[in-house]
Design a protein around this ligand. Structure first.
Ligand code: SF4
Length: 356
């Protein structure tokens, strides 16, 4: 958990009221911060890192530490939003939300309602600990079909334990009043009536208020990506009792994935950044690569028979420089064990049948 907050750092016209702003880093949360701050409230931002931001996953795959990524994001958002922003990594705790969402998934593997509740509960903990008066978010009524309709917002209020103490400044005039407005902690005139999917009003407001430095919300959430979701769901179907580890969630975002059997899966690297040898070091899988021509590395997960390794070799031949040749020599290694196959490139039919 973060240490205590320097509330006054960026606030010059303080009313003595304090609020925790849950921020994604995107336009809506940037505006919500600006609106609340303009009303004289001391704001501290909280960014709950759940581990599925596209941008931070890319960095992690390339070997950067999550601590460094979080600390750089904190500096960037604090400067952009002109309030102190804490970026706190809750990715470990979030796994349970991802695997067991009480309110189900959206179109892909995104448990958005449970995710909002989880994040707002984290903001509530900081609010209580820091003696703040309320929590606010950049949610906009009607912007997302699953998690930002009126029923979902009321559900989130109740289940986060913040009913009456959670404000959505961008849509507050369209929503039931809260304790925050009734107590005069936040002037109702400061609040807005934005709704729907268009960002036009937000863009106008951002220009008017000089709000800059925001990014795509959460850097793009991989749980909303259909390919990523397909790989996660495949893993859930065949995992047995295996826990979902961080390395696995990172691997879902890399390369092309193919299932050969209930227990054997292939991951074909697409380019250098997806070099799978690091993965092999972290796990004890087989790694296949071409011997005589350039080509991809292929990670073979599970307990493959020699027949499966031969099929993996055919995928190396298909995706490597030998795809127009009748056959290619492929070496498959695991620790000190090495096997060499002469493989015919996998057929398109096989590729499509195995693709995840
Ligand atoms: S899009 Fe991703 S980060 Fe945003 S609420 Fe849904 S699951 Fe959470």
């Amino acid at each position: 958990m973060p240490s205590s907050v320097d509330w006054a750092t960026f606030n010059s016209m303080s009313t003595g009221i304090r609020a925790v702003g849950l921020v994604s880093g995107g336009l809506d949360s940037a505006l919500a911060v600006a609106v609340v701050k303009r009303a004289g409230v001391d704001v501290v931002g909280l960014h709950v890192a759940i581990g599925f931001s596209n941008a931070s996953m890319r960095r992690e795959i390339l070997g950067e530490s999550r601590d460094i990524i979080a600390s750089e994001e904190s500096v960037r958002m604090s400067a952009a939003f002109r309030v102190p922003v804490r970026v706190v990594d809750f990715s470990g705790e979030y796994m349970d939300v991802l695997l067991h969402p009480r309110h189900g998934y959206g179109a892909n593997a995104n448990p958005c309602i449970d995710c909002h509740i989880f994040m707002i509960k984290k903001a509530r903990e900081i609010m209580v600990r820091e003696g703040a008066h309320f929590v606010f978010t950049g949610e906009v009524l009607g912007q997302r079909p699953m998690s930002q309709n009126i029923r979902a917002l009321e559900l989130i209020d109740r289940e986060s334990g913040l009913e009456g103490f959670l404000v959505r400044p961008l849509s507050a005039r369209l929503l039931p009043g809260t304790v925050v407005e009734k107590n005069g902690w936040l002037d109702g005139d400061a609040l807005l009536d934005i709704q729907g999917r268009s960002r036009r009003r937000q863009m106008e407001l951002a220009a008017e208020m000089g709000v800059t430095g925001y990014s795509a919300p959460a850097g793009g959430c991989m749980l909303t990506d259909e390919h990523y979701a397909g790989r996660l769901k495949d893993w859930l179907q065949y995992r047995g009792s295996a826990p979902l580890r961080r390395e696995e969630t990172l691997l879902f975002s890399v390369g092309r994935h193919f299932r050969l059997s209930a227990s054997v899966k292939l991951v074909v690297g697409r380019h250098e950044a997806e070099d799978l040898s690091r993965e092999r070091e972290r796990r004890s899988g087989w790694l296949a690569s071409p011997l005589d021509v350039p080509g991809p590395t292929v990670l073979v997960q599970g307990l493959p028979s020699d027949d499966c390794l031969r099929v993996a070799a055919s995928f190396v031949a298909r995706y490597g420089g030998a795809k127009c040749s009748p056959a290619a020599r492929v070496v498959v290694r695991r620790g000190d064990v090495e096997k060499i196959f002469t493989a015919v490139p996998a057929s398109e039919d096989l590729i499509e049948r195995c693709r995840i």
